[in-house]
Every structure is written in C-alpha cells, then in structure tokens.
Ligand binder design. Structure first.
Ligand code: KIV
Length: 321
C-alpha cells in the first residue's frame, strides 16, 4: 500500500481485521451475456441494433431507474480527464463519476478533504468535453455543500453550468436532507452516497466498514429511504456488509451502486485507476484488477529511456529531412 489511497481504498485487505471485514462475494456467478442484467442502461432495441450501426442514446437518470426495474446491472467508473473519459465511454459504461477521489488518485493528497470546487470544475470540464454517451456525475467536494442548502444549490449548479456535468453526488444521510431537497428543487439530479463516506473520515476515525450491527444497519436503511424520498435518483453504498446492501437494494425503487458492498447492489462502481491497475502496489479486498496498466506504462517509459540512452531513438523514420 502506498500513502495515496482513495476513500474506499483505505479499507485494508486483510479479512481478519474486524474493523473492516466485508462479505464481498467476488465469485458470484453472473447471468449469461444475453441476460438483460448485462445490457447497458440505455440499450437499443434488438431490431434497431440489427438495422443501424451502434449509435447508442445518451444515458439519463431515467435510464438508470429503468435499468433497475428491468433488472439490468449498472456500471459506473470514475473519470478525471478527457482521454480516460473517452476510453471508458467507448467501453460502454453507464455512468462516469468525476469523483472527489481525484484528490488522492491524481492530485496526490492523503484524503479527499483538500479537494476544492476549482479542482472539481477543472476535471469535470475535461470529462464533459469528451461528450460521452454515459451519464456524467460529479462529486460535491468537502465544504461545498455542508454549510447551507443555499451553498449546496449554488455549487451543484456550478458543476452543471460551468463543469458541464449532468448530475451531482453528495455524501451523507439524514443531516444532508435539507441540502438534497434544495438541490432537487433546483431541478438538479442528485445521487446519494452512504456507508463509508470518505469526507467523514475524521468522524469515523479512519476508513472503516460502516453499518455493522443491527442499530447501525437500521440507521443506514432509514437514511437510504430518506434520500430516496428526498429525490435522489440513485445511491452509492460504500464499504458496508453485503447483507445490509442487499436489504437496502430490495427496499428502494432507485438503484444502488456498490463499492465494497457485495454483489446484490443494482450496479457497481470502481475507481478507474484501481481497476486498470495503474498503481502497481495497491490491491485492497474490494478491488479486482482488470488490467495491468501501471506495469505497462512503466515498461514503456523504461523502453523509451533505454532507446534514448542507447542512441536508438529517434531513428531516421522519426526525423525530418
Ligand atoms: O470519489 C469517488 O471516487 C467515489 C466513488 C468511490 C464512489 O465517490
């Protein structure tokens, strides 16, 4: 583990650590590729897909709700810049999240707390410029919404108006309801975030699994219901026991998107750099590395350095006459 960690990524790997043990079931069999659960949120009809090239419609919040009703699993990844937003969109994800994890993943901070509205707007614009088909959601960073509903609406509005995103995400439950309601009243789509909410790291005393035990589980279920009633169109559930995430998912009509919350959620989200394996020495329990981009990047840079030092690069074909 390096010093740089994303919130959920702070949850240590060891299952014997009682503070962080999760019941993530990685090996749970998935439905076959033809199942509606494997189709993108805004999948074209079979006839339109056969007749036309694969131009898929823009994903909307309504599509995410429809995906839950149809039992289609949702896929969300973080994106912080233009090239990776394009790559993730080309891969067919449903939602791109400009997460405040960018503070740790690409800016080198130790937590998400130093991330500012200026940081979020800068990265949101880069992602939005990719004009992705996926729904683009941006995090409201620490202290951009906690002060008052008025502050929350103003900053949520800036993320849409200046950042070019289509929805915002906000961490917290009952205490954040006035902010959520105000944002909804301003016609700004909002995603909730419960469980291990990284902006609360100092209250939690670390990045620990949340919702363990009957009382804590009941409280999270109540908070999820309240966020739905307040108008959230989806809720991220981070680092909570799988059984609790399953109960919350079953109780809601809006989709849940899990990270370290088991396989019963309506969708899954991972930090893009984690799933790509950008950080070669980082492998927490809730992440599966689907690529080895870190190693590939390091090897390519080392090959460039060796070619320069050996005088092999640039060769004549790289040189203007
Ligand atoms: O900021 C982020 O990347 C997130 C995800 C972990 C859900 O909030």
């Amino acid at each position: 583990m390096t010093a740089r960690r994303s919130p959920a990524r702070r949850v240590p790997k060891t299952a014997s650590d009682s503070r962080v043990r999760t019941t993530l079931k990685r090996g749970t069999p998935r439905p076959p590729a033809t199942s509606p659960r494997n189709a993108p949120a805004a999948a074209p009809s079979a006839t339109s897909a056969a007749a036309a090239p694969a131009i898929r419609p823009k994903v909307t919040c309504a599509d995410l709700l429809a995906a839950k009703r149809a039992g289609r699993r949702l896929v969300m990844v973080t994106a912080y810049d233009h090239p990776f937003a394009r790559l993730a969109d080309a891969a067919g994800v449903d939602v791109l999240l400009v997460g405040d994890s960018l503070g740790m993943v690409v800016l080198g901070h130790d937590s998400t707390l130093p991330v500012t509205m200026a940081d979020m707007l800068h990265h949101a614009r880069a992602v939005a410029r990719a004009r992705p088909r996926a729904l683009v959601v941006a995090d409201l960073p620490f202290m951009s919404f906690q002060v008052s509903p008025r502050q929350a609406v103003r900053n949520a509005g800036r993320l849409l108006q200046e950042g070019g995103v289509e929805a915002v995400k906000l961490e917290g439950g009952t205490r954040m309801l006035p902010m959520v309601e105000a944002i909804v009243r301003a016609d700004i789509p909002i995603m909730g975030h419960l469980g291990l909410t990284p902006q609360s790291v100092h209250r939690f005393g670390g990045y620990r699994v949340q919702g363990r035990g009957e009382a804590a589980g009941k409280m999270l279920l109540q908070e999820a219901r309240a966020l739905q009633a307040a108008g959230c169109f989806a809720i991220v559930l981070e680092a909570i026991p799988a059984a609790l995430a399953a109960a919350i998912t079953a109780a809601l009509t809006i989709p849940t998107i899990g990270i370290g919350a088991g396989s019963a959620c309506d969708g899954q989200v991972l930090v893009l750099h984690d799933l790509l394996g950008v950080n070669v020495d980082f492998a927490p329990r809730f992440v599966r590395r689907f690529g080895d981009i870190g190693r590939a990047a390091r090897d390519a840079i080392a090959a460039f350095a060796a070619a320069v030092r050996a005088g092999e690069f640039p060769a004549s074909e790289h040189t203007y006459q």
